[in-house]
Write a protein that binds this ligand. Sequence first.
Ligand code: NAP
Length: 258
Amino acid sequence: MKLLEGKVAIITGSGRGIGKAMAELFASEGAAITVNDIDADVCKATAEELKKNGFKAIACKADVTKDEDVKKMVEDTVKAFGTVDILVNNAGITKDAMIHKMDDKLFNFILDVNLLGTIMCSKYVIPIMKEKQYGKIVNTASVTGLMGNIGQTNYAAAKGGVIGFTKGLARELGLSKICVNCYGPGFIETRLTAVKADGGDRSALGMPKGIHDTAIAAIPFGRAGQPEDVARVALFFSSFLSDYITGEVISVSGGQLV
Ligand code: NAP
């Protein structure tokens, strides 16, 4: 039995990284997928790959912080597949700096993509899910949102906000049988955690080797997580296996946060 047979899922930021692993897993479990990314080429390539493997998928380039983009992404999904059953708010980004060196633009940008994007996408699928009296909204926090991290006050505020949003929305949508849950990845191997040159631009993606190695050393499992480790938790929250769970946060951190 496939866990998502006949379901329709929008996965934001699924052109690459954790979101792409989710798109592949969800498709193999029977879901039709809207592959979203801010980069048109990247989301098209992932959607094409899924289709080549015999799965149902469309590519939707959209910036999750832009109202018009998100509205169109949801409309295109309904046009292609008839409905939306699952939304995974995965799109997210880091831009690190110590607070005294972080300008407001950088702070707000991280809040916009990680938190506002999650709120915006949820807003547009909720009416569809309410009408059906069924839906799964799965949000992406981070262990940083639960325990903080040096140089990431912007990201911690955004991901902490995602957790609060999840809990509030879960209460609001309980009677509509819409589950709203959240997972917090720890240190997962993607370009966000890839080693970059020491002394480079601190706000660029990736991290210096010293910080990378220290982070790995702090994980009881002794290794970074893989995108698939996170995708399986998102699958749990997206399937009937979690039908009586809402407002929860699960860390996917190899024991980094216990
Ligand atoms: P990733 O490889 O950079 O993938 C994120 C994807 O989101 C990228 O394809 C990116 O597009 C897309 N994106 C960025 N801004 C967007 C926007 N405004 N609208 C639509 N798409 C947008 O990162 P990842 O490591 O897979 O992270 C996925 C999620 O997990 C994020 O929410 C992240 O905060 C969270 N997370 C990751 C880790 C980790 O260790 N990797 C840990 C904790 C939490 P572009 O490539 O074009 O920018």
